[in-house]
Design a protein around this ligand. Structure first.
Ligand code: PLP
Length: 358
């Protein structure tokens, strides 16, 4: 399928941010976006890159009522020599199609997805900020657009990709976070849609996040919904614990999002000779390891921050300090390694980096 490109008129181009220290996250969007349509007869069609604009949808469009909305989150990085890299983009494309399938939404041909995304990022190359840690955030999104209030899978969809510059996550260095274990509310349950990047999962997580935030915590640590016993994820990130010499992360049991960063951490740690286990880990075991000093490191992983150190866990009325509240050595090593691979500053033994522009 051909992607038609309509460029924004020069006088309508937005001014790009000058201060890269103040980019923040998800507030600024570039001049263009990618959009294509789907219906049951034609499949995906009408692929365009065109000036960024509001969407016009019928109030009965199904995405507004029954939650068929999925998305992805990835970044484009500007290397030292001005080349542009993506990091394992085929993993995000695969995951978007896994989400689509579970929510009865149409899958997207991976070549078309990649082509639309690459063309857009290259067109918006000047929007990619320069300082290390900053990047161009990429948000592929699919929504149901059939005009209908019947509960059934929509017969029409749009898929679009928007991009915008985002700031460095750690402009002043690491600061270990305080996390609050949610003992009542759950994010997802095995058999549900927790393994999908589906909008409803985030709506369902807000209440617990707000409560934790009011109490002074950065994130919620979610437990498994069946026994309320095992650690599953932190906020919208995966979670890792280094206990003794074993790096442990919960298994992909269906209620956990399969993070690209999670997989990269596992593969790097194994490459460094660390024993990595994907197995259930109960809060009791975590807190025992915390009090006997064998819990040496704990961090969350995700595209936004790469890794984020956890310094304190609140559970059952008590505060538990990890590694004296300091960032663990492994967290720091993983952060530096992945960052340098992403920005083309280090060799890439796994072939994760995809250069899309010189
Ligand atoms: C996006 C996300 C992650 C992290 O995935 P990455 O691919 O590493 O960015 C983890 N958990 C949830 C719930 C997420 O939405």
């Amino acid at each position: 399928m051909e992607i038609n490109i309509t460029r924004v008129a020069p006088e309508k181009m937005k001014s790009k941010p000058v201060n890269e220290d103040k980019l923040g996250f998800g507030k600024l969007f570039s001049d263009h976006f990618f959009i294509m349509e789907y219906d049951n007869e034609k499949g995906w069609h009408n692929a365009f890159i065109e000036p960024y604009r509001p969407l016009s949808l019928d109030p009965s469009a199904m995405c507004f009522h029954y939650g068929q909305e999925i998305f992805e989150g990835m970044k484009a990085y500007r290397g030292k020599d001005d080349s542009v890299y993506l990091f394992r983009p085929e993993e995000n494309i695969k995951r978007m199609n896994i989400s689509a399938k579970r929510l009865c939404m149409p899958e997207i041909d991976s070549h078309l997805f990649m082509e639309g995304m690459q063309k857009l990022v290259i067109l918006e190359k000047d929007w990619i900020p320069h300082s290390t840690g900053t990047s161009l955030y990429i948000r592929p999104t699919m929504i149901a657009t059939e005009k209908s209030l019947g509960v059934h899978p929509s017969s029409e969809y749009i898929f679009y990709i928007i991009v915008g510059p985002v700031g460095a996550y750690y402009p002043e260095g690491f600061s270990p976070t305080k996390i609050h274990v949610s003992e009542e509310l759950v994010r997802s349950v095995r058999g549900g849609v927790g393994f999908c990047k589906a909008a409803g999962n985030y709506a369902a997580s807000l209440y617990a996040s707000e409560e934790a935030s009011k109490l002074g915590y950065t994130q919620v640590l979610w437990l498994d919904a069946l026994e309320m016993k095992y650690a599953e994820e932190v906020g919208t990130s995966n979670i890792f614990f280094l206990i003794g010499d074993e790096l442990i992360t919960p298994p992909l049991s269906g209620s956990i999002l399969s993070g690209v960063t999670r997989d990269s951490v596992i593969r790097l740690a194994e490459h460094w000779g660390i024993k990595v286990s994907e197995r259930p880990l109960s809060m009791d075991k975590i807190l025992d390891a915390c009090s006997d000093g064998t819990l040496k490191d704990c961090f969350a992983s995700g595209t936004a921050a790469i890794v984020s150190p956890v310094g304190q866990i609140y559970y059952k009325g008590r505060e538990h300090v990890i590694n004296e509240g300091r960032t663990g050595e492994l967290t720091e090593k993983l952060y530096n390694e992945i960052l340098q691979i992403q920005y083309g500053k280090k060799e890439d033994p796994f072939g994760w980096r995809v250069k899309i522009s010189d």
